[in-house]
Design a protein around this ligand. Structure first.
Ligand code: ADP
Ligand code: MG
Length: 958
């Protein structure tokens, strides 16, 4: 454990090159560099740990300033790098640079890279936990850049009284890429949240924190190192507020943190007893980096331009002040139990020696106080005591926790230990309370912010609803106007229709009249033609009669002439005879005269009659001519009328067509009205709001309510209709599905049937097989029996043969003595019998073998038979089940179909009814639109189709 090591803050200064606008303006390059650590401005030298000229590259700067800090942090020390300077002096360039450009990247990406490289090269037993946080401080509020929802975080102290940002996102990382991703994400969030990034970054501090914890898995030693990388706000902000001499609240708030940083650094530089870390969040977070347990490097960024002369100087002065600050760094190590024990022992030892020193001193003091003079050799020697203490210290080669600024350091205050303890406890309590209050304040401010946000949202919502309302109002007005116009149009159309109807009536009346006239005329014509025909026939008769008369007259004349001639002849002869008998002649003559006179009178009457007839004929022909004339006139008129009728019918057709068109127009207009009304429903709701604000006349309200009721009814009916239609489609879908299901079931059924057939076939086969097996078994049994029988006979035969043999042998023995001649024949016989026997035994053996084989086959066969029977049974059961299933499915399906059919039927009917109602509403609308003077009822009675007229009654019912 290292001793608490005092080390001052390292301050380096970096000048950027003149930028293009400065060059363009012709600004002078003012800094003069002397050696590595001095820069002179206006003849005044400023000394720093290092001074970097404008041509310093990023790599050079990093290697000289930041590289070492990686090692420190990984060895368990805290580290901080600040960048301080006015806006556009190169702070961000130094800290971040171009994050993904290997040449232009700044400190942060290089440190990240180096940390991982270092870790890779370290002991394998070390286990690292690296986490990063990224936040910014703006208007003294801490905003988490890795979680945009955290906008106002608070600072707390941990158990070692080290401040930290409470609730800040800590992201665990295990590669440089992940760290860079986090930085990118944070930068992105920062850009998204603000409108003017340049302005924002010049007013806010961004802090990137890398926390590295390592554990040696063997020794269980734990080390932690924190590295803060801080890009401060532009330093000119401090200057400005100071220059104006006024404490502008806003400006103060804008950079409260920066000014408190200045104050803290001043206080530290002056060695003041009270350091106001708690004045701002930033100074609190970086408390350890400023005069605490931290290796701190401050980069003073400066512009070289003469234009920024004053600002550069104040920046350099700030840096010089910071240079005097001393930090006390120590290793952040978590001791193991053994180490703690050792430390405790050593501390105890140290305490003992210190106590002895104290007693020594006290006794000496008492002696002095009592007026005694203590000899030099007995006096307490400071050097000696220090040496002793150092000896002890070196013996206690261990680390000590960082001393907290205690009350004992305060000069001029003398306190007893108990009091000290009490006060410290009190102070701790108070700080705790302070923190709690802080937290509370934060929560409250967060709440306020949230509420503000909500208020803004609400306002926006209100404004938008106002806007909506306005647009709706205008829309409503427009719609009303449209509605009015449509009404007007409808009115006009209806008027036109009415006129048309009247016109139509007139025309049809006219047509009727004309037709009637035409009919009368044609009747008259008919009459005339019939009279003409009768006259013709009369004329004909008369002509015939005349002819007849003429004929008779000519006949009569001819007979008369003949008579006359006869008479003449007779007269001639009579003349001769007369001389003979004049008396007779005279007599005859008188007769003839009488006759002639009679004839004469007759001729006369005849002539008269013929004259009469001729006159009557002339008369008739005259009359006929007249009639003919009349007829042609009539025909002409008829054709005229016909032409007129034709034109009239054409006209009628035209009118009819026009009427239809107008009716269609009316229909479409009424539809439009309905549509507008439907749209109006929404606006009416808004209108209601307006109505509340501006109460209107009762009548209008009533009308409104009526209209609303109508609309509601209509909309409900429409909804109903829609619902029904939806239901219908659903049902259709269902039906379709069921059809499909049915199809599927049918196919399944077919399959099952096929399977069934297949199975029954198999069953048949199996039964056949079984039969055959049974047969085979019986056959086998028979065979066995025959074999047994055969064996039995064989045995018998053998016995007989043996008997025979023995008897023969005996006989042979008897005969041997008597005669041996038959022995050869007997021998032959014996041979034959022996071979026979041999053959028989062979056959027997074979049979026995066969039998055994067959016997061994029997259980196998039986087993197979059993298995087959079982299989048959299982198949039969499966078949039965499948059949049952199919039947069930079929039944269920049928039921379903029935149910759906039943369900669909009323729906269809309902749909038809709703269609009628829909049409009724249209008509009703049309009717309600009508103003006085137009009898639509009549109109509708006359022109609307009957079903509509029927539904008309429905209105009164509703
Ligand atoms: P700050 O963060 O202090 O407001 P920036 O880092 O944004 O300033 O720098 C402002 C401009 O100056 C940037 O365009 C940057 O590239 C440039 N710049 C700053 N320092 C240097 C330098 N050392 N070398 C080259 N260009 C620099
Ligand atoms: Mg910047």
């Amino acid at each position: 454990m290292a001793d608490p090591a005092q080390c001052s803050i390292k301050v380096v200064c970096r000048f950027r090159p003149l930028n293009s606008s400065e060059v363009a303006r012709g600004d002078k390059y003012i800094p003069k560099f002397q050696g590595e650590d001095c820069v002179t401005i206006g003849g005044k030298p400023y000394y720093f740990d290092r001074v970097f000229q404008s041509n310093t590259t990023q790599v050079q700067f990093y290697n000289a300033v930041a590289q070492k800090i990686v090692k420190d942090v990984l060895e368990g020390y805290n580290g901080t790098i600040f960048a301080y300077g006015q806006t556009s002096s190169g702070k961000t360039h130094t800290m971040e640079g171009k994050l993904h450009d290997p040449d232009m990247m700044g400190i942060i990406p290089r440190i990240v890279q180096d940390i991982f490289n270092y870790i890779y090269s370290m002991d394998e037993n070390l286990e690292f936990h690296i986490k990063v946080s990224y936040f910014e401080i703006y208007l003294d509020k801490i905003r988490d850049l890795l979680d945009v929802t955290k906008t106002n975080l608070s600072v707390h102290e941990d158990k070692n009284r080290v401040p930290y940002v409470k609730g800040c996102t800590e992201r665990f990382v295990c590669s440089p890429q992940e760290v860079m991703d986090a930085i990118d994400e944070g930068k992105n969030n920062r850009h998204v949240a603000v409108t003017n990034m340049n302005e924002h970054s010049s007013r806010s501090h961004s802090i990137f924190l890398i926390n590295i914890k390592q554990e040696n898995t063997q020794t269980e030693q734990k080390l932690t190192g924190k590295l803060y990388l801080v890009d401060l706000a532009g330093s000119e902000k401090v200057g400005k507020t100071g220059a104006e001499g006024t404490v502008l609240d806003e400006a103060k708030m804008i950079n409260k943190s920066l000014s408190s940083l200045g104050i803290v650094i001043s206080a530290l530089a002056e060695g003041s007893s009270y350091i106001p870390y708690r004045d701002s969040k930033m100074t609190r977070i970086l408390q350890d980096s400023l005069g605490g347990n931290c290796r701190t490097t401050m980069v003073i960024c400066c512009s070289p331009s003469s234009f920024n002369d004053a600002e550069t100087k104040s920046t350099l002065l700030f840096g010089q002040r910071a240079k005097t600050i001393k930090n006390t760094v120590s290793l952040n190590v978590e001791l193991t139990a053994e180490q703690w024990k050792n430390k405790w022992e050593k501390e105890k030892e140290k305490n003992k020696t210190l106590k002895s020193t104290v007693t020594w001193l006290e006794t000496e003091l008492n002696r002095w106080r009592n007026g005694e003079s203590v000899p030099v050799e007995e006096q307490f020697d400071k050097e000696k005591a220090k040496a002793e203490v150092q000896v002890l210290d070196s013996a206690l080669n261990n680390d000590k926790a960082a001393p907290t600024p205690a009350l004992s350091t305060l000069p001029g205050v003398k306190l007893t230990d108990a009091e000290k303890e009490k006060y410290e406890a009190e102070m701790a309590k108070l700080y705790k309370e302070l923190d709690d209050k802080d937290e509370e304040i934060n929560q409250q401010s967060q709440l306020i912010e949230k509420l503000n946000q909500q208020m803004l949202d609400q306002e926006e919502l209100l404004a938008s609803s106002h806007r909506d309302h306005d647009t709706l109002q205008t829309e409503l007005n427009r719609l009303l106007a449209e509605n009015e116009a449509s009404k007007e149009e409808v009115k006009e159309v209806l008027q036109a229709l009415e006129e048309l109807a009247v016109n139509y009536d007139q025309k049809s009346q006219e047509v009727e009249d004309k037709t009637k006239e035409f009919e009368a005329l044609s009747e008259e014509l008919n009459q005339k033609s019939s009279s003409l025909a009768s006259i013709d026939s009369e004329l004909q008769k008369l002509k015939e009669m005349t002819n007849h008369q003429k004929k008779r007259v000519t006949e009569m004349m001819s007979s008369l002439l003949k008579d006359l001639a006869e008479i003449g002849i007779a007269v001639g002869s009579n003349d001769i005879k007369q001389q003979e008998s004049t008396g007779v002649i005279d007599e005859e003559f008188t007769v003839a005269r009488l006759y002639i006179s009679k004839m004469k009178s007759e001729v006369k009457t005849m002539v008269k009659r013929s004259k009469q007839l001729e006159s009557s004929q002339a008369e008739s022909s005259q009359k006929m001519e007249e009639t003919e004339r009349e007829l042609t006139a009539c025909q002409l008129r008829i054709s005229q009328y016909e032409a007129k009728i034709k034109s009239l019918t054409d006209c009628l057709q035209n009118v009819e067509q026009k009427k239809r068109q107008l009716e269609e127009n009316v229909d479409s207009l009424s539809e439009e009205i309905v549509r507008i009304k439907a749209q109006g429903v929404v606006e009416d709701a808004n209108l209601n709001l307006c109505m509340l604000a501006f109460p209107q006349e009762a009548v209008e309200k009533q009308i409104q309510s009526h209209r609303e009721a109508h609309q509601r009814q209509i909309s409900s009916l429409r909804d109903d209709l829609d619902n029904k239609e939806k239901l219908l489609t659903e049902l259709q879908d269902l039906n379709q599905k069921i059809m499909l299901e049915q199809e599927r079931l049918r196919v399944e059924h077919e399959k099952l049937k096929a399977a069934d057939q297949e199975k029954s076939r198999q069953l048949q086969e199996l039964t056949v097989l079984q039969d055959r097996q049974e047969q085979a078994r019986q056959d086998l049994k028979g065979l066995e029996e025959t074999v047994a029988r055969e064996l039995q006979t064989l045995h018998n035969l053998r016995r007989l043969f043996v008997q025979d043999l023995s008897t023969r042998v005996r006989k042979n023995a008897q005969m041997d003595s008597d005669d041996s001649e038959g022995s050869a024949a007997q021998k032959q016989k014996i041979c034959f019998l022996e071979s026979n026997l041999e053959q028989l035994t062979k056959v027997h053996k074979q049979l026995v073998r066969d039998n055994a084989d067959l016997r061994s086959e029997i259980p196998k066969m039986e087993k197979r038979l059993r298995a087959t029977a079982e299989r048959v049974k299982a198949l039969e059961a499966a078949l039965k089940e499948a059949k049952e299933n199919a039947a069930r499915d079929r039944k269920r399906y049928q039921q379903e179909v029935e149910r759906i059919k039943d369900a669909v039927k009323p729906k269809n009917m309902g749909r038809r009814a709703s269609a009628i109602i829909g049409r009724w509403t249209d008509i009703h609308m049309l009717e309600s639109r009508l103003t006085a003077g137009i009898s639509v009822k009549n109109l509708s009675k006359r022109y609307l189709p009957t079903p509509l007229r029927l539904t008309h009654n429905f209105t009164s019912f509703v």
